[in-house]
Design a protein around this ligand. Structure first.
Ligand code: NDP
Ligand code: 8X3
Length: 257
């Protein structure tokens, strides 16, 4: 993809799932990568695999917890010269903990979800906007269908993804007179580590989420992220909702017996 060749792409939550698939797809398109996540071992493994499988790929990795503003700012300030001019920011790091009534949600889980999905996304955006303004860049926020409708036992996660939608809309207005574009992608069910984390490592509960349906794969979303960020300069995809066939909302799911 010639529009992405030699562009620098900064991906949060690149150690797994959608973020990791984005890394592979951007590497294949000839982009340079800044990959982050909390797991240092994963980052090293991924960097080695990318360099080996896609020769010529330039990858910079360093652990980053997006909840920590000081860490985010110093990560961005300390980017090596060749990765400093970021063209595309993929705000992907995010998670849900539990599927529980509001009355039962702990303050710790609430903080983890809101600080990662909302404040972390804002911290990364604030830190990278100066660079994105210089390059004429693009921000992609990974939202969710949970940001379009709220469902039972999903209050805080749904609130966090509604916030992502609102932040994207406000920022689009603030960026109208700039050369920075912004897109939010709202996936339905994608088979990643997402459900394993939601159910705190319970593999049976996680597998049940995807039973009787062909869920989206990380690759499906990554292709869309790459597509959205490789349109001509004047084309701005504002939002895209993506379901696997058989899903029509968070709760309307047809499962084959
Ligand atoms: P995964 O659990 O597979 O990946 C989540 C990524 O986020 C990991 O790389 C994880 O890395 C990273 N992450 C979590 N917390 C932090 C943190 N504090 N700082 C930095 N990185 C962090 O799930 P998905 O790929 O599915 O999730 C990616 C995004 O997609 C999320 O925003 C999620 O809400 C959204 N989404 C997912 C859907 C699905 O059905 N799977 C549907 C709709 C939206 P590490 O643990 O190394 O920090
Ligand atoms: C992930 C989709 O339906 O589990 O954001 O909230 S859902």
């Amino acid at each position: 993809n010639s529009r992405l060749k030699n562009k620098t792409v900064f991906i949060t939550g690149a150690t797994s799932g959608i973020g990791l698939a984005c890394a592979w797809n951007y590497a294949r398109a000839g982009a340079h990568l800044v990959l982050s996540g909390r797991r240092a071992d994963k980052l090293e493994e991924i960097s080695a695999q990318l360099k080996e499988s896609v020769p010529g790929t330039q990858v910079y990795t360093k652990p980053l917890d997006v909840r920590d503003k000081v860490q985010v700012d110093s990560f961005v300030h300390q980017l090596p010269q060749q990765f400093k001019n970021v063209d595309i920011l993929v705000n992907n790091a995010g998670l849900v903990l539990g599927l529980e009534p509001l009355e039962k949600i702990s303050e710790a889980d609430m903080d983890t979800m809101l600080n990662t999905n909302v404040k972390g996304l804002v911290f990364c955006t604030q830190a990278l906007l100066p660079s994105l303004r210089k390059t004429g860049g693009h921000i992609v926020n990974i939202g969710s269908i949970a940001g379009l409708e709220a469902y039972k036992n999903g209050s805080i996660y749904c609130a966090s993804k509604h916030a992502v939608k609102a932040i994207t809309q406000s920022l689009r207005c603030e960026l109208l007179d700039s050369n920075v574009k912004i897109t939010v992608i709202d996936p339905g069910m994608v088979e990643t580590e997402f459900s394993l984390i939601r159910f705190r490592g319970d593999a049976d509960k996680a597998a049940a989420v995807y039973a009787g349906i062909d869920p989206l794969k990380s690759q499906d979303i990554a292709e869309i992220v790459v597509f959205a960020t490789s349109r001509p300069k004047h084309v701005e995809i504002s939002n895209l909702t993506v379901y696997p066939h058989g899903q029509a909302s968070a709760t309307q799911i047809h499962r084959k017996q």
